[in-house]
Design a protein around this ligand. Structure first.
Ligand code: CS2
Ligand code: MG
Length: 412
């Protein structure tokens, strides 16, 4: 079964998506998500100019060999652009293999280890009243686990707050549909760690008082704290029994987590900006995290992320796959198939895509009682309507960045 067609499809229904579509001489098609938020066109060029010529004529069944060929023959390895491109090819080949075998991908990966995937949603609010409303609306939508993001007094707009005024002006699209804003330049946001560290524990205390001790609560510190600040936050949140605290400190310095571990038992989740197993080696081996946050789309596809999660399972570290709206419906489907088949599944992030996106991507997953299931259609169970996709050309968009009060650039 030979790959005889490879298309890189860019569409921007509610936000920009990059999808690789492979077609074989037997008529099977496979889709792979290659969306790298705010840098989409770099992956388009990598695929179109460098990878597509290498795929035509290849045996579509040789998934692992193709992975190794694309990774090693590139000479320049790792990194977000390369690994998103390889991920798209890998995912598309698993989709084709499932269709050729007449099986959903999770069956090829060893079958289901559970009946469904616990998922969490994004509740947020400028203040506690708005936050409580957002938590209730997520519970009404069926979520059994909820990520809590809060505004901080004195800061105009910070990560994760759906109703920041600036965003409502943007075509009426609520923030929780998309962190990257369409426009020629990125928006600047303000940040102050001391006011954040003072405020966040009071919010979790209020949430626990309002919603009780059982509800699994998650929080994303989004890479903004120094190791000792991260340790302080983890410790101050211990009374509120978080499911996880995410991206507490920029993860380039993996040793930093040793200091955090020394001071707190709050579970730690890291990895959404990692791209290979080598980014995890030290923090897994030293038991410095509890959840692997990588997405299939950014970590070399199903084949490579499975290797990361198999390695993590030896340390009882679980999956917590990245699933915001900049992971396309194809990337989400791949995450669900992998998540259903591994033993060390922890939880799946699930931010719901917009209505236009659901028109472009026909999906067969289910969401019931707080659990996701990829469905049992052969392959991944997602098809892309190219006519519908053609209605939404690419729109330049950037993620915001941060500056401190003295003008210093800070992690966003
Ligand atoms: C976030 C993302 O969902 C998360 O955990 O960290 O929203 C992240 O900001 C975006 O994916 C960036 O593109
Ligand atoms: Mg995150």
């Amino acid at each position: 079964m030979i790959i005889d067609r490879a298309e890189v499809i860019v569409t921007s229904p509610d936000r920009n998506f990059v999808t690789l579509k492979l077609t074989t001489d037997e008529g099977h098609t496979g889709l792979g998500d290659a969306t790298l938020n705010g840098r989409e066109l770099a992956v388009v060029a990598y695929l179109q100019d460098h990878v597509v010529p290498l795929l035509l004529g290849r045996d579509a069944h040789r998934v692992e060999d193709t992975w190794q060929f694309l990774y090693r023959s590139a000479y320049w390895r790792r990194g977000p652009v390369t690994m998103a491109a390889i991920a798209a090819v890998d995912t598309a080949l698993w989709d084709i293999k499932g269709k050729a075998a007449g099986m959903p991908v999770y069956q090829l990966l060893g079958g289901a280890c559970r009946s469904g995937l616990l998922a969490y949603g994004h509740a947020s609010g400028k203040d506690n009243e708005e936050l409580f409303d957002s938590i209730r609306s997520h519970q009404e939508q069926g979520y059994k686990a909820i990520r809590v993001q809060t505004g901080v007094p004195g800061l105009k707009s910070i990560y994760g707050i759906a109703s920041n005024a600036t965003y409502e002006a943007m075509e009426g699209v609520r923030y929780d549909h998309e962190p990257a804003q369409r426009g020629a330049l990125p928006n600047e946001e303000d940040w102050d760690t001391r006011s954040y560290l003072r405020h966040v524990p009071t919010v979790f205390e209020a949430v626990r008082n309002e919603f009780g001790p059982e509800l699994p609560l998650l929080h994303d510190a989004h890479h903004r704290l120094t190791p000792i600040q991260a340790a302080k936050l983890g410790k101050s949140l211990e009374p509120f029994d978080l499911f996880w605290l995410e991206d507490v400190s920029p993860a380039e310095n993996q040793e930093a987590l040793r200091l955090v571990r020394q001071h707190t038992t709050t579970p730690l989740a890291i990895g959404e900006i990692f791209n290979t197993v080598w980014d995890y080696q030290q923090i897994i081996r030293e038991q410095l995290i509890d959840y692997v946050r990588s997405a299939v789309t950014h970590t070399g596809g199903i084949s490579h992320l499975k290797k990361v999660l198999d390695y993590a399972s030896q340390y009882q570290i679980k999956s917590g796959m990245h699933g915001p709206t900049d992971i396309s419906p194809v990337g989400m489907a791949a995450a669900m198939h992998l998540g259903l088949s591994i033993h060390n599944f922890g939880i799946q992030e699930y931010m719901q895509h917009g209505a236009k996106t659901d028109q472009v991507f026909q999906q067969s997953f289910t969401w019931e009682g707080g659990y996701l299931h990829p469905g049992d259609r052969p392959g991944l169970g997602v098809e892309l309507d190219t006519d519908e996709a053609g209605k939404y050309p690419y729109v330049q968009a950037y993620l915001p960045y941060n500056r401190l009060a003295d003008g210093t650039v800070h992690d966003w």
